[in-house]
Ligand binder design. Structure first.
Ligand SMILES: [Zn+2]
Length: 324
Protein backbone atom coordinates (compact mmCIF):
# COMPACT_ATOMS: atom_id res chain seq x y z
CA UNK A 1 0.00 0.00 0.00
CA UNK A 2 2.67 2.47 1.03
CA UNK A 3 4.82 1.57 -2.00
CA UNK A 4 1.95 2.29 -4.35
CA UNK A 5 1.45 5.79 -2.98
CA UNK A 6 5.16 6.64 -3.26
CA UNK A 7 5.07 5.37 -6.84
CA UNK A 8 2.17 7.66 -7.70
CA UNK A 9 3.93 10.73 -6.27
CA UNK A 10 7.10 10.06 -8.24
CA UNK A 11 5.10 9.65 -11.42
CA UNK A 12 3.29 12.94 -10.97
CA UNK A 13 6.57 14.79 -10.27
CA UNK A 14 7.97 13.37 -13.48
CA UNK A 15 4.93 14.59 -15.40
CA UNK A 16 5.42 18.14 -14.09
CA UNK A 17 9.14 18.13 -14.91
CA UNK A 18 8.45 16.95 -18.44
CA UNK A 19 5.82 19.59 -19.19
CA UNK A 20 8.10 22.40 -17.95
CA UNK A 21 10.90 21.28 -20.25
CA UNK A 22 9.00 22.06 -23.44
CA UNK A 23 7.79 25.37 -24.88
CA UNK A 24 4.17 24.50 -24.18
CA UNK A 25 4.91 24.11 -20.47
CA UNK A 26 7.24 27.11 -20.38
CA UNK A 27 4.47 29.43 -21.59
CA UNK A 28 1.56 27.72 -19.83
CA UNK A 29 0.87 30.83 -17.72
CA UNK A 30 -0.27 32.63 -20.90
CA UNK A 31 -3.11 30.22 -21.63
CA UNK A 32 -5.86 31.44 -19.34
CA UNK A 33 -6.09 35.03 -20.67
CA UNK A 34 -5.51 34.10 -24.33
CA UNK A 35 -7.50 36.40 -26.61
CA UNK A 36 -8.92 38.57 -23.80
CA UNK A 37 -7.22 41.67 -25.26
CA UNK A 38 -7.28 40.69 -28.92
CA UNK A 39 -8.25 43.52 -31.26
CA UNK A 40 -9.39 41.16 -34.05
CA UNK A 41 -12.87 42.21 -35.09
CA UNK A 42 -14.91 40.07 -37.47
CA UNK A 43 -17.80 41.45 -39.54
CA UNK A 44 -20.21 39.26 -41.51
CA UNK A 45 -20.43 40.37 -45.14
CA UNK A 46 -23.08 37.92 -46.33
CA UNK A 47 -24.93 34.75 -45.36
CA UNK A 48 -26.01 32.43 -44.17
CA UNK A 49 -26.60 30.55 -47.37
CA UNK A 50 -26.90 26.79 -47.82
CA UNK A 51 -23.74 25.19 -49.11
CA UNK A 52 -22.62 21.62 -49.80
CA UNK A 53 -19.65 20.91 -47.50
CA UNK A 54 -16.36 19.32 -48.51
CA UNK A 55 -16.82 16.29 -46.25
CA UNK A 56 -20.40 15.70 -47.43
CA UNK A 57 -23.74 17.00 -46.27
CA UNK A 58 -24.65 20.64 -46.24
CA UNK A 59 -24.19 23.57 -43.91
CA UNK A 60 -24.86 27.24 -43.35
CA UNK A 61 -22.10 29.36 -44.79
CA UNK A 62 -21.14 33.00 -44.28
CA UNK A 63 -18.50 35.29 -45.74
CA UNK A 64 -16.78 37.63 -43.32
CA UNK A 65 -13.83 39.97 -42.98
CA UNK A 66 -11.56 41.25 -40.23
CA UNK A 67 -10.88 44.37 -42.31
CA UNK A 68 -7.74 42.83 -43.82
CA UNK A 69 -8.69 39.35 -45.03
CA UNK A 70 -11.92 37.93 -46.37
CA UNK A 71 -12.89 34.39 -45.41
CA UNK A 72 -15.76 31.92 -45.08
CA UNK A 73 -17.28 30.24 -42.05
CA UNK A 74 -19.41 27.07 -42.34
CA UNK A 75 -21.50 25.18 -39.79
CA UNK A 76 -22.76 21.71 -40.70
CA UNK A 77 -26.52 21.14 -40.64
CA UNK A 78 -26.85 18.60 -37.84
CA UNK A 79 -29.40 17.76 -35.19
CA UNK A 80 -26.50 16.67 -32.94
CA UNK A 81 -25.24 20.14 -32.03
CA UNK A 82 -26.22 23.76 -32.06
CA UNK A 83 -23.31 26.16 -32.39
CA UNK A 84 -24.22 29.79 -33.02
CA UNK A 85 -22.26 31.82 -35.55
CA UNK A 86 -21.63 34.36 -32.77
CA UNK A 87 -19.84 31.71 -30.71
CA UNK A 88 -17.66 30.78 -33.67
CA UNK A 89 -16.89 34.45 -34.39
CA UNK A 90 -16.01 34.92 -30.70
CA UNK A 91 -13.39 32.14 -30.98
CA UNK A 92 -11.96 33.59 -34.21
CA UNK A 93 -11.76 37.04 -32.61
CA UNK A 94 -9.46 35.66 -29.91
CA UNK A 95 -6.79 35.06 -32.55
CA UNK A 96 -4.07 37.62 -33.33
CA UNK A 97 -4.75 39.39 -36.65
CA UNK A 98 -2.03 37.70 -38.75
CA UNK A 99 -3.61 34.27 -38.11
CA UNK A 100 -6.78 35.32 -39.96
CA UNK A 101 -4.78 34.90 -43.17
CA UNK A 102 -5.02 31.13 -42.67
CA UNK A 103 -8.83 31.38 -42.80
CA UNK A 104 -8.56 33.32 -46.07
CA UNK A 105 -6.25 30.64 -47.50
CA UNK A 106 -8.97 27.98 -46.99
CA UNK A 107 -11.74 30.15 -48.48
CA UNK A 108 -11.07 29.80 -52.20
CA UNK A 109 -14.05 28.94 -54.46
CA UNK A 110 -15.28 25.42 -53.55
CA UNK A 111 -13.59 25.60 -50.15
CA UNK A 112 -15.59 26.04 -46.93
CA UNK A 113 -13.35 28.35 -44.90
CA UNK A 114 -13.34 27.40 -41.23
CA UNK A 115 -15.92 24.60 -41.04
CA UNK A 116 -17.60 23.06 -37.99
CA UNK A 117 -18.60 19.39 -38.20
CA UNK A 118 -20.30 17.25 -35.60
CA UNK A 119 -17.91 14.36 -36.17
CA UNK A 120 -14.34 14.28 -37.50
CA UNK A 121 -13.79 10.61 -36.81
CA UNK A 122 -12.50 11.22 -33.29
CA UNK A 123 -10.21 14.16 -34.08
CA UNK A 124 -10.86 17.64 -32.66
CA UNK A 125 -9.75 19.34 -35.86
CA UNK A 126 -7.95 18.96 -39.19
CA UNK A 127 -5.99 21.63 -41.02
CA UNK A 128 -4.46 21.77 -44.48
CA UNK A 129 -3.87 24.23 -47.29
CA UNK A 130 -7.51 24.02 -48.42
CA UNK A 131 -9.46 23.31 -45.21
CA UNK A 132 -9.72 23.96 -41.47
CA UNK A 133 -12.35 21.63 -40.03
CA UNK A 134 -13.21 21.53 -36.34
CA UNK A 135 -15.69 19.93 -33.97
CA UNK A 136 -18.14 22.28 -32.16
CA UNK A 137 -16.12 22.28 -28.92
CA UNK A 138 -12.74 23.23 -30.45
CA UNK A 139 -11.47 26.59 -29.22
CA UNK A 140 -9.26 29.37 -30.52
CA UNK A 141 -5.89 27.74 -29.73
CA UNK A 142 -6.93 24.71 -31.76
CA UNK A 143 -7.58 27.12 -34.65
CA UNK A 144 -4.04 28.50 -34.09
CA UNK A 145 -2.64 24.94 -34.36
CA UNK A 146 -4.60 24.17 -37.56
CA UNK A 147 -3.64 27.57 -38.99
CA UNK A 148 -0.06 26.33 -38.57
CA UNK A 149 -0.75 23.35 -40.85
CA UNK A 150 -2.50 25.61 -43.37
CA UNK A 151 0.21 28.27 -43.54
CA UNK A 152 3.04 25.71 -43.55
CA UNK A 153 1.45 23.84 -46.48
CA UNK A 154 0.84 27.09 -48.37
CA UNK A 155 4.49 28.07 -47.82
CA UNK A 156 5.72 24.59 -48.83
CA UNK A 157 3.81 24.85 -52.09
CA UNK A 158 5.92 27.91 -52.96
CA UNK A 159 9.14 26.62 -51.42
CA UNK A 160 9.46 22.80 -51.28
CA UNK A 161 12.52 23.10 -48.98
CA UNK A 162 10.35 24.24 -46.03
CA UNK A 163 10.02 20.70 -44.56
CA UNK A 164 13.81 20.26 -44.58
CA UNK A 165 14.31 23.75 -43.16
CA UNK A 166 11.86 23.02 -40.34
CA UNK A 167 13.58 19.74 -39.47
CA UNK A 168 16.94 21.55 -39.41
CA UNK A 169 15.41 24.21 -37.13
CA UNK A 170 14.22 21.48 -34.72
CA UNK A 171 17.72 19.96 -34.66
CA UNK A 172 19.42 23.33 -34.10
CA UNK A 173 18.11 24.03 -30.60
CA UNK A 174 17.11 20.58 -29.42
CA UNK A 175 14.05 21.86 -27.53
CA UNK A 176 10.61 20.25 -27.67
CA UNK A 177 7.57 22.38 -28.50
CA UNK A 178 5.11 19.97 -26.89
CA UNK A 179 4.58 16.27 -26.36
CA UNK A 180 2.10 16.22 -29.22
CA UNK A 181 4.54 18.06 -31.49
CA UNK A 182 7.21 15.40 -30.91
CA UNK A 183 5.25 13.02 -33.16
CA UNK A 184 6.33 14.55 -36.49
CA UNK A 185 7.98 17.69 -37.87
CA UNK A 186 4.63 18.98 -39.21
CA UNK A 187 2.90 18.60 -35.84
CA UNK A 188 5.95 20.30 -34.29
CA UNK A 189 5.38 23.21 -36.73
CA UNK A 190 1.63 23.36 -35.99
CA UNK A 191 2.31 23.31 -32.24
CA UNK A 192 4.88 26.09 -32.73
CA UNK A 193 2.20 28.08 -34.56
CA UNK A 194 -0.01 27.71 -31.48
CA UNK A 195 2.78 28.75 -29.06
CA UNK A 196 3.70 31.73 -31.29
CA UNK A 197 0.03 32.84 -31.25
CA UNK A 198 0.08 32.57 -27.45
CA UNK A 199 3.27 34.64 -27.22
CA UNK A 200 2.11 37.23 -29.79
CA UNK A 201 -1.13 37.61 -27.83
CA UNK A 202 0.81 37.87 -24.54
CA UNK A 203 3.16 40.49 -25.99
CA UNK A 204 0.17 42.66 -26.98
CA UNK A 205 -1.60 42.69 -23.60
CA UNK A 206 -1.88 46.01 -21.69
CA UNK A 207 0.36 44.50 -19.01
CA UNK A 208 2.82 42.24 -20.80
CA UNK A 209 3.73 39.11 -18.79
CA UNK A 210 7.56 39.04 -18.67
CA UNK A 211 9.96 36.11 -18.75
CA UNK A 212 13.20 37.18 -17.06
CA UNK A 213 12.97 40.69 -18.56
CA UNK A 214 11.87 39.48 -21.98
CA UNK A 215 8.43 39.72 -23.60
CA UNK A 216 6.86 36.38 -24.49
CA UNK A 217 7.86 36.81 -28.16
CA UNK A 218 11.44 37.71 -27.23
CA UNK A 219 11.60 34.71 -24.91
CA UNK A 220 10.24 32.40 -27.64
CA UNK A 221 12.86 33.76 -30.05
CA UNK A 222 15.59 33.18 -27.46
CA UNK A 223 14.53 29.58 -26.87
CA UNK A 224 13.98 28.51 -30.48
CA UNK A 225 15.42 31.15 -32.83
CA UNK A 226 15.42 29.15 -36.06
CA UNK A 227 11.85 27.89 -35.72
CA UNK A 228 10.85 31.46 -34.77
CA UNK A 229 12.35 33.06 -37.89
CA UNK A 230 11.08 30.34 -40.21
CA UNK A 231 7.58 30.54 -38.75
CA UNK A 232 7.52 34.34 -39.13
CA UNK A 233 8.52 33.96 -42.79
CA UNK A 234 5.42 31.76 -43.26
CA UNK A 235 3.08 33.89 -41.16
CA UNK A 236 4.18 37.17 -42.74
CA UNK A 237 5.08 36.31 -46.34
CA UNK A 238 6.90 39.08 -48.21
CA UNK A 239 4.66 40.98 -50.63
CA UNK A 240 5.22 39.94 -54.23
CA UNK A 241 7.92 42.18 -55.67
CA UNK A 242 5.94 42.79 -58.88
CA UNK A 243 3.05 44.13 -56.84
CA UNK A 244 3.97 47.39 -55.08
CA UNK A 245 1.36 49.18 -52.98
CA UNK A 246 -1.88 48.88 -54.90
CA UNK A 247 -5.13 49.96 -53.32
CA UNK A 248 -8.23 52.07 -53.71
CA UNK A 249 -7.27 55.32 -51.98
CA UNK A 250 -10.60 57.19 -52.18
CA UNK A 251 -14.26 56.40 -52.77
CA UNK A 252 -16.74 59.26 -53.24
CA UNK A 253 -20.41 58.61 -53.76
CA UNK A 254 -23.14 61.16 -54.16
CA UNK A 255 -26.62 59.65 -53.64
CA UNK A 256 -28.35 62.69 -55.14
CA UNK A 257 -26.98 62.14 -58.65
CA UNK A 258 -25.70 58.51 -58.25
CA UNK A 259 -22.16 59.54 -59.16
CA UNK A 260 -19.33 57.34 -57.92
CA UNK A 261 -15.69 58.43 -58.07
CA UNK A 262 -12.90 55.94 -57.37
CA UNK A 263 -9.21 56.77 -56.99
CA UNK A 264 -6.51 54.08 -56.88
CA UNK A 265 -2.72 53.63 -56.99
CA UNK A 266 -1.68 53.16 -60.58
CA UNK A 267 1.40 52.81 -62.74
CA UNK A 268 1.67 54.84 -65.96
CA UNK A 269 1.26 52.60 -69.00
CA UNK A 270 -0.94 50.04 -67.20
CA UNK A 271 -4.61 49.37 -67.94
CA UNK A 272 -7.18 48.74 -65.21
CA UNK A 273 -10.67 47.28 -64.87
CA UNK A 274 -13.20 48.00 -62.11
CA UNK A 275 -15.46 45.09 -61.17
CA UNK A 276 -18.46 45.20 -58.86
CA UNK A 277 -20.21 42.75 -56.54
CA UNK A 278 -22.99 42.95 -53.99
CA UNK A 279 -21.53 40.18 -51.76
CA UNK A 280 -17.75 39.99 -52.52
CA UNK A 281 -18.37 36.42 -53.67
CA UNK A 282 -19.68 36.71 -57.21
CA UNK A 283 -18.33 39.56 -59.34
CA UNK A 284 -21.26 40.49 -61.54
CA UNK A 285 -19.67 42.78 -64.07
CA UNK A 286 -17.46 45.78 -64.59
CA UNK A 287 -17.91 49.53 -64.67
CA UNK A 288 -15.16 49.71 -67.28
CA UNK A 289 -12.54 47.15 -68.26
CA UNK A 290 -10.05 49.33 -70.14
CA UNK A 291 -9.04 52.33 -68.11
CA UNK A 292 -5.64 53.75 -68.98
CA UNK A 293 -3.59 54.80 -65.98
CA UNK A 294 -2.90 58.51 -65.57
CA UNK A 295 0.34 59.08 -67.47
CA UNK A 296 1.73 61.71 -65.11
CA UNK A 297 0.68 60.57 -61.62
CA UNK A 298 0.83 57.63 -59.21
CA UNK A 299 -2.97 57.65 -58.97
CA UNK A 300 -5.88 57.41 -61.38
CA UNK A 301 -9.45 58.65 -60.77
CA UNK A 302 -12.63 57.84 -62.67
CA UNK A 303 -16.25 58.84 -62.15
CA UNK A 304 -19.22 56.66 -63.04
CA UNK A 305 -22.92 57.35 -63.29
CA UNK A 306 -24.34 54.32 -61.44
CA UNK A 307 -27.88 55.05 -62.71
CA UNK A 308 -26.77 54.70 -66.31
CA UNK A 309 -25.33 51.28 -65.40
CA UNK A 310 -28.55 50.17 -63.66
CA UNK A 311 -26.83 50.09 -60.25
CA UNK A 312 -28.53 53.00 -58.52
CA UNK A 313 -30.77 51.18 -56.03
CA UNK A 314 -28.35 48.63 -54.55
CA UNK A 315 -28.31 48.32 -50.78
CA UNK A 316 -24.60 47.39 -50.86
CA UNK A 317 -22.02 47.41 -53.63
CA UNK A 318 -18.33 46.51 -53.51
CA UNK A 319 -15.71 47.52 -56.05
CA UNK A 320 -12.44 45.87 -57.06
CA UNK A 321 -9.75 47.45 -59.21
CA UNK A 322 -7.81 44.93 -61.29
CA UNK A 323 -4.65 45.47 -63.26
CA UNK A 324 -5.25 44.08 -66.78
ZN1 LIG B 1 -2.01 18.95 -36.16
Amino acid sequence: MKMKIIGAIILSLLAVTQSRADLNGHFSSLYSAFGDHSTTDVTILSGPYDDPLGRGGTGDQWTATDGVYQFKMSIEHSSEFNLSIDTLIGRIEELPGPYIRALAEVSDPNEDGIAIYYDLGGAAAHGGKSYINMIPGAGSLIIAHEAGHTLEQVATQDDPTIPLQWQAAIASDNISVSGYGNGSWWEDAAEFSKIYALCLDGSQRPIVPMFGGLTPLEELHRLSPERFDLWESMLYPAPEPSNPRFQITAIDYSPTDNMLTLTWDSIPGEVYAINYSSDLVSWEGNLDDAIDAASDAAETSRSFDLASLGLENREKLFFRVEKQ
